[in-house]
Design a protein around this ligand. Structure first.
Ligand code: PA5
Length: 445
């Protein structure tokens, strides 16, 4: 069977084998720490064995099928780790234009609670006005302002339209088992609920109901996704030697590059369906590693689109960048370039070629140009985009992130920095309990 590969040929001119080997041993130890729970943040390691411990997939599938009978649109409310994983997988598997047609039994997923834009919420309400819809509200803490605001507004709208009873049947809550405002509300209103395990942080939660339920509602095969994660689990477990362990290798080369001043990693795709895989990846790596004044800055581009914008900087700007390219071997569909009698656009030399062949030459030409321009290149090769390989990819990135964070010397499972803006926002909004902070911040304005 074809599998996901990590290709580091494009690093040859930049880091030596001995520089990589320095990290090979370290990453092996870090992988042990993840399995043995002997590293920092070890109360948040529930995701490590998750692929083999999921036991509620049938309930998730049944719930998804049942709610799909009544709705055309499911609004998934959540922010950060509570929505990015689902959106990443759903976008990767969806037809680019499928959200333009909605019908009963085949729900489309739209998102809310990931911004505080009045226009966004207003326009969403207008869109939902002519649709049959429901809500999946996701918040581990149950107190995050953005999703709580969106839920209050959308719940009101749903109740006004259908009455409390029917609206209640169209709301599913995914939250903590016992604590938090959302748990309390869900229990009071008797919503259908799913639990986010205590020991799994938001950005590592795709394989919990946080990701699995929306993905199942969108009609995709969560069993295959889990099977992919299980397959990758074996490939990159701490029993697998470094030579075969692509998570340890990816973590090792990232750290070796960082040590040599490559402080920005750009995740590159050549297929717009993967745009949100990069958004999810940025949260995973940014929140896990960016602390204590350390960490690679995770960025992303969609090629070839961004070759016409960011391409200039990547080729010739500050040389602190390396690229990780997600290279998909085969597209799902086939389309060739037609011949044209006049050939005024000069494209007849490509006639009969598949569009993907041209994309692949753009990819190859770009890697060569960027390597020549001193941008080290890592390639993650995936045979095709489907649930099985996406399940593998997610677990690969999660595991490599935990290993890489440990190798960097940080706790990859906390996010203390996220609180700073919240404290200021609450102070400015004069939230009860923030009186001292309000007085302090007002003096600064
Ligand atoms: O990774 C994380 O922990 C965060 O991004 C959270 O997922 C995000 O802040 C949402 O939190 P919650 O699910 O508690 O609303």
């Amino acid at each position: 069977m074809e599998q996901i590969n990590l290709n580091i040929e494009g690093l040859k001119n930049f880091i030596s084998e001995s520089e990589i080997n320095e990290y090979a041993k370290i990453t092996g130890r870090c992988n042990n720490d993840l399995h043995d729970k002997t590293g920092l943040g070890n109360d948040f390691l529930g995701w490590v064995n998750l692929p083999n411990e999921i036991n509620n997939q049938q309930e998730l599938i049944d719930t998804a099928k049942k709610i799909a009978e009544d709705i055309e649109v499911m609004v998934v409310i959540g922010i950060g780790g509570s929505y990015l994983g689902a959106k990443a997988i759903i976008d990767a598997l969806s037809n680019n234009f499928s959200n333009f047609e909605t019908k009963l039994g085949k729900p489309k997923i739209v998102y809310a609670g990931h911004n505080i834009s009045e226009d966004y919420l207003h326009e969403l309400l207008l869109f939902l006005n002519s649709k049959e819809w429901g809500i999946t509200v996701i918040s581990k803490s149950g107190t995050t302002t953005e999703p709580a605001l969106a839920f209050r507004i959308l719940k009101n709208e749903l109740e006004e339209r259908y009455g409390e009873q029917i609206a209640g049947n169209r709301i599913i809550a995914i939250t903590d088992e016992k604590k938090g405002a959302l748990r309390q509300l869900a229990d009071t209103e008797k919503y259908k609920t799913f639990v986010i395990p205590d020991d799994v942080g938001g950005r590592y939660s795709v394989l919990t109901p946080v990701g699995l339920l929306p993905i199942a509602i969108a009609g995709f095969d969560i069993n295959e996704l889990i099977r992919g994660a299980q397959y990758m689990y074996k490939r990159i477990s701490n029993n697998e030697r470094y030579e075969n362990n692509i998570a340890e290798q990816y973590a090792a080369v990232r750290n070796a590059l960082y040590k040599k001043g490559k402080t920005v990693e750009i995740l590159v795709n050549y297929n717009p369906k993967l745009h949100f895989i990069a958004e999810w990846w940025k949260q995973l790596y940014g929140e896990s590693e960016g602390k204590e004044n350390k960490g690679i800055f995770p960025a992303s581009v969609d090629f070839t689109t961004d070759l016409h914008s960011m391409g200039q900087y990547i080729q010739e700007g500050v040389r602190n960048i390396f690229e990780t390219v997600i290279s998909v071997k085969l597209p799902e569909n086939k389309l060739t370039v037609p011949k044209d009698e006049l050939d005024l656009d000069g494209l007849n030399y490509l006639s009969g070629k598949r569009i993907d062949d041209i994309n692949k030459m753009a990819e190859l030409g770009t890697s060569i140009a960027h390597i020549d321009g001193n941008v080290p290149n890592i390639k993650i090769e995936i045979p095709v985009i489907n649930e099985f390989y996406l399940g593998q990819l997610i677990y690969f990135f999660e595991k490599a992130c935990g290993i890489s964070g440990y190798a960097l010397g940080v706790n990859p499972f906390d996010q203390p920095g996220v609180e700073a803006y919240k404290k200021n926002m609450f102070a400015l909004l004069e939230k009860p309990g923030f009186e001292k902070e309000t007085a302090e911040i007002k003096k600064r304005l």
